[in-house]
Write a new protein. Structure first.
Length: 130
């Protein structure tokens, strides 16, 4: 039954996010087209800004994150991505997290994140487009 599932901006291939059972699920990537000259830290900043908007669009926030999977093209970038992550989470209890190396969809993409958060499904009143 799909009426108990909220799908944010569905396309033929994927939705930007889904909300079901009080949880929101989504993946975020750097801004497309992916800039191969940007380092993993800059791409992480881009996608965390998108994550912030996506969280607000599903009625959630950083402090409601339950789990994050960080996929890195090169695991050697983990320290610089961790620095950006720690800055973004400053003052917020961190979610459970996994970080691993993976072949990503584009050679220019250095980082991608998959997030699960508690969510109401109702966007925040001042939520930007996700």
């Amino acid at each position: 039954m799909s009426d108990d599932i909220l799908r944010l901006s569905p396309s033929a291939r994927a939705s930007l996010a889904t909300v079901a059972g009080g949880n929101g699920y989504f993946a975020v990537t750097p801004d497309a087209p992916y800039d191969p000259d940007l380092g993993a830290a800059d791409q992480a900043r881009q996608l965390l800004a998108k994550a912030e908007a996506r969280l607000r669009a599903i009625g959630s926030a950083r402090d409601r994150l339950l789990f994050v999977a960080i996929l890195l093209r090169d695991i050697g970038d983990v320290a610089e991505v961790n620095a950006v992550w720690d800055e973004w989470l400053d003052g917020v209890a961190p979610p459970a997290r996994a970080c691993f190396e993976a072949a990503l969809a584009s050679p220019a993409m250095k980082v991608e994140m998959v997030m699960i958060a508690r969510a109401t499904g109702a966007p925040a009143k001042d939520a930007p487009a996700a």
